[in-house]
Design a protein around this ligand. Sequence first.
Ligand code: V47
Length: 355
Amino acid sequence: MELLNRVLEGENLPSSELVKLYDYDLYTLGEIADEIRKKRFANQVFFNINRHINPSNICADVCKFCAFSASRKNPNSYEMNLDEILLIAKNASEKGAKEVHIVSSHSPNYTYEWYMGMFKEIKNAFPHLHIKAMTAAEVDYFSRRFAKSYEQVLEDMISSGVDSMPGGGAEIFNEEIRKIICQGKVKSNEWLEIHSLWHKMGRYSNATMLFGHIESREHRIDHILRLKQMQNTQNGGGYNAFIPLLYQKENNYLNVKSFPTSQEILKTIAIARILLDNIPHIKAYWATLGLNLALVAQEFGADDIDGTIEVESIQSRAGAKSASGMELEELVYKIKDAGFVPVERDSLYHIIKTY
Ligand code: V47
């Protein structure tokens, strides 16, 4: 137990040491992660009623793991107009959504003014909807394409009604791996800088990690440590949730030979909970894990499962069974059935309703 004890006592160790956490058996890691989770959240499982909106899949970048962007493997390109987006937001709001999660491809077609205007129109029409939008990858793309500083883009997002930022685009921070899987996209230090600037503006965001492809265990630990270190130095806002996204293998150009076992996935979630003492929530995103494993993950350190989503286009294009989201009743039933208390939260984790 020496290494685990040193970690739990708060010793700062390098990723080359911390990777040995994977040598513990799953039960030991799970028990400790579960204890940490229970101390913070008892047996609550957080979720929200949300609606994903992906305005376009026409993308200027080529990420090898992506099955969403229009390409040879996905010839059905599309581009929504403002009326379509407003109608989606209206229907979602009427169905009880509290959040719209808006993430797009890096579209060469929308103008900066159109995009910011879209947020303004949603906010004006539905002021009660929380707008979680613009990954750091999109902020970086806008900054390059429209010759604006990161600060300017982030300030314009705020004045246009964006409330928080999603955690997408982080992938794996190791630059060698990034070169293979998403060359040309935001660099890891830029991703971290953008979130840091956002937090300095008093705002909150999430952080993802795409795992289960060609990265090593040590790359995952390094990714987690970079987030932990950054969260320690934040004043203002910060990260709400860490979201390990399991790589989905269909319809993309990344040639992956072997995939993590459920044990490896649960170990990764448990280790994230053990290491990330300064990020409040660990989200087991049901769209990538499947609902069953996402529920099991709640016994291994996770406390959140994401939401109803309604339409999911990124992971489902790559093989996940999440294209039509999840009905609220089913989500609540399944969380209860797994022995937890379903808690509907808003986007910043204020409790709305306990079921
Ligand atoms: O950054 C792309 C990932 C992300 C694949 O902040 C893939 O609450 C698995 O970030 N297999 C976008 N994943 C989605 C995202 C997200 C989702 C839910 C909640 C939040 C939040 C954020 O999707 C991308 C990328 O890492 N992704 N392709 C794939 N084949």
